[in-house]
Design a protein around this ligand. Structure first.
Ligand code: ATP
Ligand code: MG
Length: 272
């Protein structure tokens, strides 16, 4: 999965008013397609189909997958390597488009937006945590956390205060001027979590956030992530094969044959 903060071009646009949840029409904050969509559902993925060509053959990765996520929930998607976890997160974030089906976030059908609109929407409303942390090595810890806020047009004072606040929340305020390569894996992931949360996006997507951490560090980092998400009221979707994540989840889904099933329905097949 690419890091939007690294790879996406800075689109010259008038300063975007942060993540205002009651924002005005804007490429990154269009009017909801369905303003009366259920108050408690933040994300709705409807019958997503995604396949890749392999020579002559077509390989179906997601086969009419549907998912509905309630506001403030922490959802864990468990699945084997190759089951389609990253593919799904790429569709939910609008990095990639489904062959069929749609993704609606807070009443906005992002599948209908063009690439520039999706980029702006993602930047304002979605935070990411990656397996490989994806911190920018030439920026200090504090500057890394400020970057998404800078891209969203936050003022200097606001982004500085928020970055320090969230760095404190993850227990690393004393490392704010350090460069990422001086930090341990667990510390880097805590910085990445602070970065994902600091602009207070509606939705945080995490792709194998503990994949590069040992069990103990992974549990510690997940605990911090969970606490912070509950505190800020963010909705979190984590894709992982780390069964340890189960205890933090409000809902668990298991990948099976291109679609997902609630763990409640699939407990006997929980072999992710
Ligand atoms: N751009 C692509 N082109 C062709 N095939 C792809 C592409 N992206 C993913 N795939 C295939 O889709 C399937 C699902 O990949 P995906 O990366 O979503 O799995 P995953 O569940 O995230 O696995 P892992 O746990 O190893 O990260 C794999 O078989 C992969 O080879
Ligand atoms: Mg993956």
């Amino acid at each position: 999965m690419t890091n939007p903060h690294i790879t996406e071009p800075r689109i010259p646009d008038k300063p975007y008013p942060g993540n205002s949840r009651a924002g005005k029409p804007h490429p990154g904050n269009p009017q909801p397609d369905n303003p009366h969509a259920g108050n408690h559902t933040i994300l709705n993925a409807d019958s997503l189909v995604k396949s890749y060509k392999e020579g002559e053959k077509e390989r179906m990765v997601l086969d009419h997958l549907s998912l509905s996520v309630a506001q403030d929930d922490m959802v864990v998607l468990l699945g084997r390597s190759g089951s389609g976890k990253s593919t799904l997160l790429n569709l939910l974030s609008g990095i990639d488009r489904p062959d069929k089906g749609s993704v609606t976030i807070s009443g906005h059908n992002i599948t209908r937006l063009d690439e520039k609109q999706r980029t702006l929407f993602r930047r304002a409303h979605i935070g990411f945590v990656f397996q490989s942390f994806n911190l920018i090595p030439t920026l200090t810890v504090l500057e890394n956390i400020m970057l998404p806020m800078e891209l969203n047009g936050f003022g200097d004072r606001r982004k500085h205060d928020a970055a320090r606040n969230y760095l404190d929340e993850v227990g690393l305020l004393d490392r704010s001027d350090t460069y990422p390569d001086r930090l341990s894996g667990g510390e880097q992931q805590r910085v990445a979590i602070a970065r994902a949360v600091a602009h207070e996006p509606r939705l945080i997507l995490a792709d194998e956030p503990t994949g590069n951490l040992d069990y103990k560090t992974g549990s510690h980092v997940t605990g911090i992530f969970h606490q912070l998400a509950k505190k800020t009221g963010s909705t979190v979707i984590i894709a992982t094969h780390d069964q340890n994540m189960r205890r933090f989840a409000d809902h668990i889904y298991l990948f099976n044959e291109g679609t997902i099933h609630s763990a409640g329905d699939m407990s006997e097949q929980a072999d992710a």
